[in-house]
Ligand binder design. Sequence first.
Ligand SMILES: CC(C)(COP(=O)(O)OP(=O)(O)OC[C@H]1O[C@@H](n2cnc3c(N)ncnc32)[C@H](O)[C@@H]1OP(=O)(O)O)[C@@H](O)C(=O)NCCC(=O)NCCS
Length: 150
Amino acid sequence: MQDAAPRLLRPADAAGCADLHATSFAHPWSSSDFEALLADSACFGDGIVDGAKITGFILSRRAADEAEVLTVVVASSARRRGCGRRLLAAHLARLAALGVAKVFLEVEEGNAAALALYRRYGFSVEGRRKNYYAKSDGGRGDALIMRRIL
Ligand SMILES: CC(C)(COP(=O)(O)OP(=O)(O)OC[C@H]1O[C@@H](n2cnc3c(N)ncnc32)[C@H](O)[C@@H]1OP(=O)(O)O)[C@@H](O)C(=O)NCCC(=O)NCCS
């Protein structure tokens, strides 16, 4: 059901988030990591959910009028069909409604898909962390820090 509208994630979605996260990141977060994040009143997640299966989700943490996107992922079988776009749109609208004025995120500079998605949603590069990411080939990659004013 990749066409379903994103909905607010709850702690009960933690296992589904962990399963999907593990498919896309070298250092996946556990189900209990997600459970703690989703139970934290400063964290907000939106997901495209079909029963117990999560097709994509985005998670951020708010502090005062700023928020940081902690992670975004869409199942590889559902990519390039607008899920990432819909998740980001729903999530930014949620953050704006909560009074968030600035949203930050970090992305590996070689992650063309994520960079294109973020740029499309008005994020611009504000800084760089040299050699921040460990890459699967054993090398290091820079992190770009991006910001969007809501
Ligand atoms: C980044 C990610 C969330 C995008 O999800 P998605 O559902 O495929 O994105 P969408 O289909 O909504 O695409 C939206 C826009 O992003 C850009 N985009 C997405 N995938 C792209 C790719 N492979 N190459 C270039 N641009 C891409 C395009 O501008 C696209 O718009 P278009 O389809 O009209 O051209 C997905 O690729 C993913 O989960 N990647 C692995 C996890 C990850 O890297 N997360 C980000 C960590 S910072």
